[in-house]
Write a protein that binds this ligand. Structure first.
Ligand code: SAM
Length: 218
C-alpha cells in the first residue's frame, strides 16, 4: 500500500482511504486491515474522483483539515472518502436537493462529524449564506447549468487560490452534441469566468461520457 496523495493509498489497481470510522462501511465497500490500520476500498465505478485518480489525475488538493463545499453530495459515497482524507480537523458542507438522498446521507453524517448535510438547492447559494469560505468546491449535480452553479458558488464561497473539482456529464448538458464538444464548451465558460484549468481527465471506462476538471481560482 503506497500513499500517492495526502490520505489516498494505492495497491496495484485499487485505491483506498483510511477509515475515519473503523468497522463502518458506507456503500458496501471492502474493508482491509493492515498493521492495525483499517482502509476502505474506493470504487472508481461509484466515485468520479476515484475514476479521475486512476485515469491519471496529477493533483488532488485535499488534505487533513481542508474545508470543502460539496454540491450534489447525494448519499455520501465520494464525500465519505473525502471525509477520511480531511479527518476530524476538516469539514464538508454537503448540499443536496433531494430529500430521499438526504435521508440516505444522514446515517453517514451522524457517524462522521466532519460532514454537515444541508438540504438545499445549489442554484440558490443565498439559502446557505452562513457557511464559511472553503478551500475546494466539488461539483457533481448532473445539471445543464452545472458550470453556472459552480461559478456562482465559487464567487460566494471559494477562497482566493482555492480549487474546483467538477464532474461533467456530457448527456446532462446537451445530448445532441458529442462529449468532446460539450467539454470544450463547458471549460470555455470556466476560463471566461477567470478560472485556470489545471487538468481535464476522461473517466471511461469507469464512468462513460464524463470528464473531470480541476480548476484554480486566481
Ligand atoms: C450524480 S449524483 C452525485 C453523486 C455523488 N457526487 C457521489 O459521487 O457520491 C448527483 C446528485 O446531485 C443532486 N442534485 C441535482 N441537482 C441539484 C441541485 N440543484 N442542488 C443540490 N443537489 C442537486 C441529485 O439529487 C443527486 O443526488
Amino acid at each position: 500500500m503506497k500513499e500517492i496523495f495526502n490520505g489516498i493509498f494505492r495497491s496495484e489497481k485499487k485505491l483506498y482511504t483510511k477509515n475515519l470510522v473503523p468497522g463502518a462501511r458506507v456503500y458496501g465497500e471492502k474493508l482491509v486491515n493492515l498493521a492495525g490500520t483499517e482502509y476502505r476500498e474506493w470504487d472508481p465505478r461509484r466515485s468520479k474522483l476515484a475514476a479521475a485518480i486512476l485515469n491519471g489525475l496529477k493533483n488532488v488538493p485535499i488534505k487533513s483539515g481542508s474545508l470543502i463545499l460539496y454540491l450534489g453530495i447525494s448519499a455520501g459515497t465520494t464525500a465519505s472518502h473525502i471525509s477520511d482524507i480531511i479527518g476530524k480537523d476538516g469539514l464538508i458542507y454537503g448540499i443536496e436537493i433531494s430529500e430521499r438522498m438526504m435521508r440516505e446521507l444522514m446515517p453517514v453524517a451522524e457517524k462522521r462529524s466532519n460532514i454537515v448535510p444541508i438540504l438545499s438547492d445549489a442554484r440558490k447559494p443565498e439559502e446557505y449564506f452562513w457557511i464559511e469560505k472553503v478551500d475546494l468546491i466539488y461539483v457533481d449535480v448532473a445539471d445543464p447549468q452545472e458550470m453556472e452553479i459552480f461559478i456562482r458558488n465559487a464567487e460566494k464561497f471559494l477562497k482566493s487560490g482555492g480549487f474546483g473539482m467538477i464532474a461533467i456529464k456530457s448527456q446532462s448538458i446537451d445530448v445532441t452534441k458529442s462529449p468532446e464538444v460539450v467539454y470544450k464548451q463547458e471549460t470555455t465558460k470556466l476560463k471566461r469566468a477567470g478560472f485556470t484549468i489545471l487538468e481535464q481527465i476522461e473517466l471511461s471506462p469507469y464512468q462513460g461520457g464524463h470528464a473531470f476538471v480541476l480548476v484554480e481560482k486566481c
